[in-house]
Design a protein around this ligand. Sequence first.
Ligand SMILES: [Zn+2]
Length: 183
Amino acid sequence: MTASPAEAYCRTGMTKWNSTANAKTIGANTTFPSGLRSGLSGGLAQWNRSGSALRYNAPVYTSGWQIYAWRASYSYTSLMGSAPGYAAAQRSGSTHSGGTLYLSNRFTWVNGSQDINAGKADVQTVAVHEIGHFTGLAHPWSPHCTDGTAYTDAEKKSVMTAINTGTRRSLNSDDIAGVTAIY
Ligand SMILES: [Zn+2]
């Protein structure tokens, strides 16, 4: 997808990973629904397309998932409000070392067309957005973003916009410009 300008991504208020020395591995309990796993893997893999130094491994499912600093959870926390997903990073200054990705168990999850207003969430669409937050990108429009740019066409088509309620599984040029600027 071509979108222009591709430099209008937003990082306001976000932290980045503290190191890119190793690929990031997210751990999930074996109770994580099997029907959601391909979408989680797909959302992670999207961020490996950018050519940046940041890499995400496929998730590891184990009953010993607590050993992982970075976790995926199919559960609800009040921090989520009415959102289908939430990225809770373990911050230290301007970086983070891990965190928890929440996929809300209050939604009906599908590997297909998403309709948030109808309570139907696509795993990859939500995962790619939330992992974008772990990557260091914010929602690209005012007032969430105070970088002074307009809400551009590239931003509107990025996975990081939260206005979108439909299915959006793939990074666009704006998302890629954002991650390559950070790592
Ligand atoms: Zn978001």
